[in-house]
Ligand binder design. Structure first.
Ligand code: KG4
Ligand code: ZN
Length: 350
């Protein structure tokens, strides 16, 4: 029953949490979103510098909130891949330093495995096998979860991630960063049937479409062309809410169809959704409805566990630590690493 202090700095959130298996003892998230809003997106160098400023206060706050001491903590974890290298280095260096000073094992964690573990934090009786739809700013993946560290990637995006598509469409509609929440809000007052848009299917060389892969760059370009056409037609009444609703409905429909088909084809009767886009109200609505129709159990973690946080990293690290999976202090951070390769991060303890 491991208790872990975990650090997450792979992107634009500095987060520290203390987790005992599937229980969160404390969780601190310092968001950098306001800082990056000025630039309309994440600036990697700015993110690293901000992590440096924020990391120590976050560690202190997480320890204070948990009311635990270093004697109660069995290991120190950090996200080591994938993500922005400079940003990952800040959290990983802090975690390794704490591990050395307090003589605790260090556990490197894959960011996507963390998102998968957010499910266990919010549904403590949830167990593999299940299908996980991971939709964030950097990823759109359908992953078969077999066991701790054992994953099969069944679907992915060929270009833009779902969250990236929300962010890019929001930028071309002048809605600011991040795009997901504002499009979600605006879409509530728009007509989702106003503009038919392409669903983002991936053609196969032999004909037909890939059943589980997505492609969102064509959808983004279709929105761009639509915006250009509408701007030419009438500058005074631009139907921004209708565009937001049509775009959002198209992304949700595309993800829902692939996810349900994948679960049914692989005989998986439960689906967990993770990543920032799991906050999307239309995706939630469509998947819940389809889940009922096909008798599939669908789980969405609460919003604070969908977006980046360190509690999910701690939960994954605790499970690895319980199984004797620890990382070398020489383990380096990496910007890219498939979730199918997470076991590379560990050496077996004796
Ligand atoms: O998982 P996350 O916090 O960070 C990454 O690992 O990328 O996801 C951030 C992404 C952003 O692209 C943001 O626009 C999107 O999640 N997002 C949403 C919503 N809330 C956040 N997308 C659609 N609808 C939302 N309500
Ligand atoms: Zn994430």
């Amino acid at each position: 029953m491991a208790t872990v202090l975990a650090i997450e700095t792979s992107c634009d959130e500095t987060a520290v949490a203390i987790v005992n298996n599937r229980n969160v003892c404390s969780s601190v998230v310092a968001s950098q979103i306001p800082l990056h809003q000025t630039y309309g997106g994440i600036v990697p160098e700015v993110a690293s510098r901000e992590h440096l400023i924020t990391i120590n206060p976050c560690i202190e706050q997480a320890l204070a909130q948990s009311q635990l001491n270093w004697e109660d903590i069995d290991g120190v974890a950090a996200t080591v891949a994938p993500g922005l290298v400079g940003a990952l280095m800040v959290g990983t260096t802090a975690a390794k330093t704490l591990a050395i000073v307090h003589q605790k094992p260090f556990v490197g964690v894959h960011h996507l495995e963390g998102h998968i573990y957010a499910t266990y934090l919010s549904e403590s009786t949830w167990e593999p096998p299940f299908l996980c739809l991971l939709v964030s700013g950097g990823h759109t993946s359908l992953i078969r979860v077999e066991d701790c560290g054992v994953y099969e990637q069944l679907g992915a995006t060929r270009d833009d991630a779902a969250g990236e598509a929300f962010d890019k469409v929001a930028r071309l509609l002048n809605l600011g960063y991040p795009g997901g929440p504002v499009i979600d809000r605006l879409a509530k007052t728009g007509n989702p049937q106003a503009f038919p848009l392409p669903e983002g299917r991936v053609s196969l060389p032999a004909g037909g479409y890939h059943p589980y892969d997505s492609s969102f760059s064509g959808l983004k370009t279709a929105v761009l062309r639509l915006v250009q056409k509408l701007e030419k037609e009438d500058k005074n009444s631009f139907p921004v809410a209708d565009i937001a609703a049509s775009f959002q409905e198209t992304v949700a429909r595309s993800l829902r169809k692939k996810t349900i088909a994948c679960a049914l084809d692989y005989g998986l009767n439960s689906i967990a959704v993770g990543g920032g886009v799991a906050a999307n109200s239309e995706l939630r609505k469509q998947l819940q409805k389809a889940g009922k129709q096909h008798n599939l159990k669908i789980h969405f973690p609460p919003l604070k566990l969908c977006t980046d946080n360190a509690a999910m990293i701690g939960c994954a690290a605790a499970d690895h630590l319980n199984r004797g999976h620890i990382s070398s202090l020489t383990l380096n951070v990496t910007s890219r690493l498939s979730v199918t390769e997470v076991m590379q991060l560990y050496q077996k303890s004796n």
